[in-house]
Ligand binder design. Sequence first.
Ligand code: PHE
Length: 341
Amino acid sequence: MRELMQALREAAGKAILEAEDVDKLEELRIKYLGKKGEMTAILRQMGKLSAEERPVMGQLANQVRAEIEGLLEERRRAVSEAMLEKKLEREALDVTLPGEKPHLGHKHPMYNVLDQIKDIFIGMGFEILDGPEVELAAYNFDKLNIDEGHPSRDWTDTFYFTEDSQILLRTQTSPMQIHAMETRQPPIRVLAPGRVYRKDEVDATHSPMFHQIEGLVVDKGVTMADLKATLNLVVEKIYGKGTVTRFRPHHFPFTEPSCELDIQCHKCGGKGCPTCKGEGWIEILGAGMVHPKVLSGCGIDPDVYSGWAFGMGLERLAMGEYKITDLRLIFENDVRFLEQF
Ligand code: PHE
C-alpha cells in the first residue's frame, strides 16, 4: 500500500505540472482525491492492514493528500497568472494609435438656401413661423377664397384623409397666412417655410412632397409698391445686384391683384439656354395683394389694413443655386451627392 501511495503521489505530481488550465486541474483533483478517486480506492484496502499499521497508513495518506492539494493550488495560481497575462497581451491597447475620425455630416444644400432666405427676411423684421402639414380644408382652401369647384381641390390633385374632403395634407403654405392673421394683430410680417403635398408623379422636376416659403405683410398703407420693392431686394440678395426682374399679371383666388415674379436667366442673360428652357426668364414665385375677403375673414378690416403675400418654391431655388438638374437628388439623401456641397 505504501508503494501504491507513493506511485499515486508521483503520478499526480507529474500530471499536475503538465496541466495547462484550471479546468484540467479540477479534473485531476477529482481523479486523485475525489470521493471516487484513486486515493479512496487505495484507502479501501486499509482493512487488510494490521492495527499498528493502520494509523501509520492513515498518516501517510493525509500527508500525500496535503502534498497533492498543495501542488494543485500552486499550479492553479501559476496557470491563472499565465492566462491573465495572455489575455492582457491580447487586449493590449495602443494609446498612441491615431483615433478614428467620426464622420460628421453637414447641412443639406436645400437648407443652406432656406437659411440664407430666412436671414434676409429676419433682417427685415419678419417672424419665422412653423405650421401644420396636416391641415383643414377650411385653412388650405375656404379661408383663402378657393371655393368648392376649384380644380386644386380635386381628389386627383390633393391628398385627403377623410371622405368628406375636410382634412388633408396642405397643398401650399398659404394656409399659414390665415394662421398668422388669426393669431396676431397688424402690423404682421411673417415668413413660413415648410413641406407641401400634391399628387404628382415623381420625375426630374416633380415630387409629391416639396417645400414652399410663404411670406405675408399686413399693415396700414401697404401697397403693391412695397411688394415689388421688397421682392426685388430679396432677389438681389439671392441672385446678386443688378438681377433683372419681371412682374407678370397672374391669378390667385386669395390675392388681388396677383402676379408672378420672373428673373432674367442668370445663366444666359435672357438669350435663352437650357437653364431657362429657352425662355430667357425663370419664374420664381407667385404673389399679390391679400384679397379683402381673406383679410375680413380673419377679422382684419380691409378698409383700414392692406397686405401682400408671396409663395416661393424652395427646391427650384436650391437647384438653380447649386446647378442640380434632377429634383430626386435632393430627396434621395445619397451621401455621395450631399457631400459635394
Ligand atoms: N400658394 C400659391 C401657390 O402655391 C403661391 C402664392 C402664395 C401666391 C401667396 C400668392 C400669394 O402657387
